[in-house]
Design a protein around this ligand. Sequence first.
Ligand SMILES: Cc1ncc(C[n+]2csc(CCOP(=O)(O)OP(=O)(O)O)c2C)c(N)n1
Ligand SMILES: [Mg+2]
Length: 556
Amino acid sequence: MPTTKRSKTPKPVTSEMSTAEATVGSLLAHGIGTVYALPGVHNDHLFDAFHRAGAALRVIHTRHEQGAAYMALGAALATGKPQAYAVVPGPGLLNSGAALLTAYSMNAPVLALIGQIPAKAIGRGLGHLHEIRDQHGIIARLVDHCARIDGPAEAPAKVARAIRFMHGGRPGPAALECAIDVWSRRGRVAAIVPPRPVPASRIDDDAVLRAAKLLAKAKRVLIVCGGGAQDASPEITLISSMLQAPVLGYRRGRGVLDSRDPFSVTLPLGRDLWGEADAVLAVGTRLLYPLTHWGIDGNLQIVRVDADKDEPARLHKPKVALIGDAAPVLRKLIDALALVNPRRPSRRAEMEERQAKWRTRLRDKLAPQLAFLDAIRAELPEDGIYVDDVTQIGFVARIAMPVYKPRTFLSPGYQDNLGWGYATALGVQHARPDVPVLSVAGDGGFLYTGNELATAMKHGIPLTAVVFTDDAFGNVRRIQERQFGNRLIASDLSNPDFVAYAESFGAHGVRARTPAELSQALRHSFARREPTLIEVPVGPLPSPWEFIHMPRLRGR
Ligand SMILES: Cc1ncc(C[n+]2csc(CCOP(=O)(O)OP(=O)(O)O)c2C)c(N)n1
Ligand SMILES: [Mg+2]
């Protein structure tokens, strides 16, 4: 019998497909089953590949590219998982720019798929449709990783690399460009396989022990959480109890420790505690605000936990830096603390008393905002997700609305970009259909992306939105009144009738004039689960800024 010689390593299976098909196959292999998008001729073959992928891939198309990118951002923030959006080059890219910038500042794993002019014309300034000078360079300034896909064979590797970057170290957005004529180019592509799990990065055990000893010796530890602590809630909760340490979360760090725990603090009590602390454990936060506003001196020792090795020493060199994802690092810290940390007297009564004092002070000044926030908190279920915008009610929510769970309070971080709210919340609601989501914005912010009510209707996304209307860029107007001799300029607004506006899309429009009416409107909306806009007319509201921008406590 003749023997057939077999090679030991079989040739990889390849099949013939287009660049677009290879890209879509790779997205699916990485668990990306939704693309938020706005089509155009540059991406026609990509969209055809989306279509051919069938039920495995959903395209949620929006009415403006900022809507698509903000939806991907919202979905990424709500899930912690990579999300993608697709837009045409030039104006499409720029229209999505503020959202991409915000994804960068919020370390959100968003993949931008961006079209390009014909491959041979790139860089020649011929005036092709949607051409923009040095698109690649522009994108490269916005994200840490971007690449151009030049053909089908390399598409899977380029997608995989981009997604690895979105998770490696500090998470963040990445971008892939592809030329109009390359999406349809066909060739042989090796079998697309799911990514191998990324090996956990090594944690420095010596540094963990040093951190544990430092914290064990300290008498008054304060834990400060940022967005990087959102997946380490159980660990933070345990360490807080071991060290009898309050946990400060402002904006992106809220919800890591349940607000019902008296050790869960925000501003302004967090600032008092910063002033008294002899050690701070800072987790997944830049610490910019405390270090620059409240100050630092030799009596305060800092331990930092950060996924980005360059972050801890950027502004102030800490005593110990622990590099890695918060949860595994903190689990090691817990083990080390179990050996060295002394039993500590309970600070529960002290924390309860101090919380009550600040609650009263805040209520004395900010009663109108708090009354609306009480209504919101009472109606929004524990795991419901609140999406912030840059508005008077929102500023108070950041410091005073109770938050019970991680990833349920989404605030735009240091960009603080007005108008992100509605479209981001739409993405949150799309990615988390199991919980009610609430967008809260002012009349200025809402109309940035309020047109995406059409998207909510088109795709049946049951988002509830509240718009507080004062016919003004209220915050700007107050600054002009108080600091610029009441010389008002460009801060008054003419509004549509928001109820009629919502109804014109086919959504529910409701007007609520009091906290009680807001409660009722929210209750109905959360029960009905259909796109709803609730307008709440308000007058000028008291300023919250004395509780946010507070004077320095330490150092010069
Ligand atoms: C992208 C962007 N543009 C401008 C600003 C500046 N800004 C901050 S608050 C604000 C006014 C907000 O008005 P509105 O949404 O009605 O909220 P209000 O203060 O009236 O509650 C503006 C223009 C910003 N933060 N972001
Ligand atoms: Mg306003």
